[in-house]
Ligand binder design. Structure first.
Ligand SMILES: [Cu+2]
Length: 88
């Protein structure tokens, strides 16, 4: 299991770039911090993640990176950009 700590604010992700190994389940330990807008919807299309976050709070999301390449971390409208980079 790959463990990733991800902080989500209203309009940014920290870290903005997340590197994952292909084929190993990823557990995102997410901290949502003063997150009041559309950024409360966390979307990682490359990992099939679509999750509503609380304004403040913690949440665990698990996903399987099964395809090498880059995809976005973004809101429901595709506004804010982080990146998921899956490597062999
Ligand atoms: Cu948005």
């Amino acid at each position: 299991m790959q463990q990733i700590s991800l902080k989500v604010y209203s309009d940014l992700y920290e870290p903005a770039n997340i590197r994952l190994k292909k084929g190993i389940p990823a557990r995102f330990n997410i901290q949502s911090i003063n997150n009041t807008g559309c950024g409360r919807t966390l979307v990682m299309p490359g990992l099939n993640v679509y999750k509503e976050l609380p304004e403040n709070g913690e949440l665990v999301v698990e996903a399987m990176p099964d395809k090498v390449g880059e995809s976005l971390i973004t809101c429901s409208m595709g506004m804010f950009s982080g990146k998921v980079i899956v490597e062999e």
